[in-house]
Design a protein. Structure first.
Lengths: 783, 162
């Protein structure tokens, strides 16, 4: 084969369109006669809903229709449960799912009450201002612990309490090992979380064409195929009558895979009633209230270690805030529970969590999806154990690594994909060695607590993690060689900036001996590919990438067979190079792929018996289980002792995601993930008051990291291929974001300890303000 | 019923005459009246910078201006840079350095950087980061955008400016 494209830093094929403003995003869709939607939303976190007054709004010129829950009739239904709970013995789970428009009661600020359809968005918003709802405010459950008490106002009246789920997973016998431990360390950890804040807000355009009997929907979703299937069922249409397009999407990060958002349920139905296309584009304020969050957890965790620092066991009890509805099942807390184990051998583990309904926006996965919470707890416990035992913090990690000859490693508990938590492959020590050397750990520790010339306090943090990636069920791809020589690839997943147009092209181009410029990838259009699940859980490259590979292998086989006949040469004597099939060593004896494609679609006569027309194949890939990526992050911070402002002076990532398809795209994923992790660790926090009001629902009050906050990120790689897929790849989408909180807390704590502060940092985020309170005491004991 | 005001302006060198509501945002005017959808709207309160365009050569947030305020002005949007076939050196540098992922914030970055590079043909990293700090990107972590700016500055210096 010629130069292999797999593994090369190919510049992205999609960039010229994006760079020139020629890429289609949902809000760019303009259709003749299009109407616009706006929502009246709840100002209260919990209230009984009375009459909604719409008369004045209806009288405004340009207002076409207004719908409340009552107007939806039979169409008003709670949404489906997106992810049922995994099969864990004794697990309790209450499914309560969101509704299209609130009826009788509202359960969080921003819950939609009514939808206005008007000739323009401006008029639609005018109408919303003219509407008001009779509401009787009720008590709220906001605080995670208080929400579980018997006196707490209930989010769902038909349940005995706000308990949404109760799950215990264990292996071994933790109680029995405690007696043998040289040290048992128990702490309470708080991990709060923010919002994904993709730069593009959500949006939907729905267009019912009554004459064609076709529904077309443009949706900022990460999962167009399940959206198609669900909406077809809700609308009473055949799946073939519904086309969902997820065009260019301006960032996903998890919340855009939630389904079904009220807006995407309502617009198609209303379009059928009004026979007009309708657009709704979320504004940033709505994004804070109405797009899902990933909320906080409180862990009471303990670790039992022997005198050498070997882990005997870990016990964890945690509370998880699910918000008002549990549509996404237990994915986030199960991720926390499983990812806590990290790259370590933990012989005895008992983990119990209670998921709790609160009067807040629903919680679904956001990049990391609960994994960072588990990593934070484990890494902080190891730091504390190392300090107690007088063992170096790098050394205690090294001593507990699962050795490289112990894979596959079965942890004996159930993961979010319903399969047993088994690590497919890994080799953790080389990554740790690279991180230790790269960040200059030895020198830094030797420098001790010498005062710094600039008066800053410097600290180093280093943490390890694993990430379960690339879970099933499956994805597919169809590959077609066109007579012009273009190779068309269609897959069902959507893309939100991950470079699928390029990385999938690399995979396919290698099999067919063409350049990436000859490969045209289509994603996210249900008319182009019928089957699939979506883009989540760092699975695009693993699952869809391997589906592309499988289909390309089949097409290659067809090409060779056809060329063998055309060139009258044995298949093993043929090679695919530069869009041609050539007889090796016989110059001039070749045929173009396009020519073969044309011959495979004869206009007269017939295709050979037993063959199909065209050089085309469809194939699927469903991994047996997820593949486990891993890594080590390290940082050096400088803390201003007066302001407690923290500056990251260096940030190093050593990462293992198996075989790398495109190192440029991988670096981008890692760097972007770290930036989100930094935001999360420093200051991104959704702040609710006691009434359940979100106090910082704008970019002026909710701070995202800017170019002056995110340091240059150095990175290095280790490669342990996954045995679970032919390409040997593991997912990389979330890795950057997962360990940042743990590294940050350790580094800042290290800096403060060098200056004699005995503080333990057991919570995230750690804004300068919060650090000040922790250091100087303010009476605000709880974050 | 709604009052409209006539405006005349130039966008990417092309003159336009329109009658618009006084409350129509410049961002909405460009996107939905003129069909120039390369200018993106991320927050509509002037923080994210995705909607940045040039008005008389200065980078401004088009979500914080009314269309009527652009009356008599020259507006330049991302569509006025290079084309898919012939990228502007700044756009080419973004591609070369992998300085975009989802690409939603990118037009705003490009338009903020144009006047910056004219005024600072040889910026250091600190200047570049300060110049970028008015635009939010949630995908890249900024590092590769900094690299792209360095690269573009070098190209533009070689070519004698933007």
């Amino acid at each position: 084969m010629a130069t292999r494209l797999f593994g090369a830093p190919i510049r992205r094929r999609e960039d010229p369109q994006l760079l020139t403003g020629q890429a289609l995003f949902v809000d760019d869709v303009e259709l003749p006669g299009m109407l616009h939607a706006a929502f009246l939303r709840s100002d209260f976190a919990h209230a009984r809903l009375g009459e909604i007054h719409t008369e004045a709004a209806r009288a405004l010129p340009g207002v076409v229709a207004i719908y409340t829950a009552e107007d939806l009739g039979e169409y008003w239904q709670p949404g489906p449960l997106l992810v049922p709970p995994p099969p864990i013995d004794g697990a309790l789970f209450h499914a309560r799912t969101q509704v299209p428009l609130a009826k009788d009661k509202v359960r969080h600020v921003g819950e939609p009450l009514a939808i206005v359809i008007a000739e323009s968005r401006y008029v639609a918003e005018d109408a919303v201002e003219q509407m008001w709802a009779e509401m009787e405010p009720l008590g709220v459950a906001v605080d995670l612990e208080a929400a579980l008490s018997a006196e707490a106002p209930k989010v769902h009246d038909d349940l005995p309490s706000n308990l949404a789920a109760h799950v215990v997973q264990q292996k071994g016998d933790y109680e029995a090992v405690v007696g043998r431990a040289a040290a048992v360390i128990r702490r309470r950890f708080h991990y709060d979380h923010g919002t994904a804040a993709a730069m593009e807000n959500r949006g939907v355009v729905a267009h019912w064409d009554a004459k064609a009997g076709q529904m077309e929907i443009w949706d900022t979703t990460q999962a167009p195929i399940p959206i198609r299937n669900g909406l077809a069922a809700m609308l009473g249409l055949s799946e073939s009558q519904v086309r969902v397009v997820a065009p260019f999407i301006g960032g996903g990060f998890g919340p855009k895979i939630m389904m079904f958002y009220p807006e995407e349920v309502l617009l198609p139905w209303i379009s059928m009633r009004l026979n007009r296309p309708i657009k709704w584009i979320e504004d940033r304020r709505e994004n804070f209230y109405a797009t899902t969050h990933e909320r906080g957890q409180i862990h009471d965790a303990e670790i039992a270690v022997d005198a050498e620092g070997k882990i005997l066991g870990v016990q964890d009890f945690f509370l998880h805030d699910v918000g008002a509805y549990s549509t996404y099942g237990l994915t986030v807390p199960i991720n926390s529970q499983c990812t806590l184990l990290g790259p370590y051998n933990v012989p005895d583990y008992r983990s119990e969590f209670k998921a709790v309904f609160t009067h807040k926006t629903m919680v679904t996965p956001y990049r990391g999806a609960g994994r960072q919470h588990g990593v934070f707890v484990m890494e902080r416990l190891l730091d504390l154990a190392a300090r107690r035992l007088g063992i170096d913090r790098v050394e205690i990690r090294r001593r507990n690594f699962i050795p490289k000859d112990a894979f596959p490693h079965d942890h004996g508990i159930i993961y979010q994909d319903f399969r047993s938590l088994v690590y497919d492959s890994g080799d953790y020590e080389p990554a740790l060695d690279k991180a230790v050397a790269g960040i200059g750990y030895g020198d830094f520790v030797r420098r001790g607590s010498e005062p710094e010339a600039d008066g800053k306090l410097r600290g180093l943090g280093l943490a390890c993690y694993v990430e379960g990636t690339g879970i099933g069920p499956y994805e597919g791809a169809r590959i077609t060689v066109e007579p012009g020589g273009t190779v068309r690839v269609a897959t069902g997943i959507g893309t939100q900036g991950q470079g699928h147009y390029t990385s999938f092209a690399q995979i396919v181009a290698d099999q067919l001996g063409v350049g990436v410029e000859a490969v045209r990838v289509v994603t996210g259009d249900t008319r182009e590919f019928y089957w699939g699940a979506g883009t989540f859980a760092s699975r695009g490259a693993v699952v869809a990438g391997n589906a592309c590979h499988a289909a390309a292998v089949q097409v290659r086989r067809k090409v060779l067979k056809a060329a063998s006949e055309a060139l009258e040469a044995a298949e093993e004597d043929l090679e695919l190079v530069d869009g041609q099939v050539r007889v090796k060593g016989v110059p001039g004896s070749s045929i173009a792929l396009g020519e073969l494609a044309a011959r495979a679609n004869p206009l007269r006569g017939a295709v050979q018996p037993g063959t199909e027309p065209g050089l085309e194949a469809t194939d699927y890939f469903g991994p047996d289980r997820g593949s486990t990526a891993s890594g080590v992050h390290a940082m050096i911070v400088a803390v201003d002792p007066a302001t407690l402002g923290v500056e990251i002076e260096r940030y190093l990532v050593v990462h293992d995601c198996g075989k790398v398809i495109n190192p440029l795209i991988l670096a981008g994923q890692i760097e972007g993930g770290v930036a989100q992790g930094i935001g999360n660790a420093f200051y991104e926090q959704l702040i609710y008051d006691a009434e359940g009001q979100l106090l910082n629902a704008s970019f002026m009050d909710y701070l995202l990291p800017t170019a002056t906050d995110v340091p240059p990120i150095e990175s290095d790689h280790v490669e342990t291929p996954s045995p679970l897929n032919p390409l040997g790849v593991k997912g990389a989408g979330e890795a950057g974001a997962i360990p940042v909180g743990a590294v940050f807390a350790q580094a800042v704590e290290d800096a403060l300890r060098r200056a004699g502060h005995g503080v333990e940092l057991l919570e995230i985020p750690l804004s300068p303000d919060r650090l000040f309170h922790l250091l100087h005491g303010s009476g605000e004991g709880e974050p | 019923m709604t009052t409209t005001l006539p405006i005349t302006l130039t966008v990417n060198g092309q003159p336009y005459q329109r009658s618009v509501e006084p409350r129509l945002l410049l961002s909405d005017f460009l996107r939905h009246e003129l069909g120039l959808t390369g200018t993106h709207v991320g927050c509509e309160h002037g923080v994210c910078g995705a909607c940045t365009v040039l008005v008389d050569g200065a980078a401004v947030r088009s979500c914080l201006l009314f269309a009527v305020q652009a009356n008599g002005r020259e507006v330049r949007t991302v569509e006025g840079l290079g084309s898919v076939e012939a990228l502007h050196p700044l756009q080419a540098a973004f591609r070369e350095a992998h300085a975009l992922q989802c690409g939603f914030c990118t037009p705003g970055f490009l338009m903020s950087l144009l006047p910056f590079l004219e005024e600072n043909p040889d910026p250091d990293d600190q200047q570049i980061r300060a110049a970028l700090s008015g635009n939010l990107c949630r995908c890249t972590g900024y590092q590769k955008i900094v690299e792209a700016v360095r690269l573009a500055a070098a190209t533009l210096r070689g070519a004698g400016g933007a």
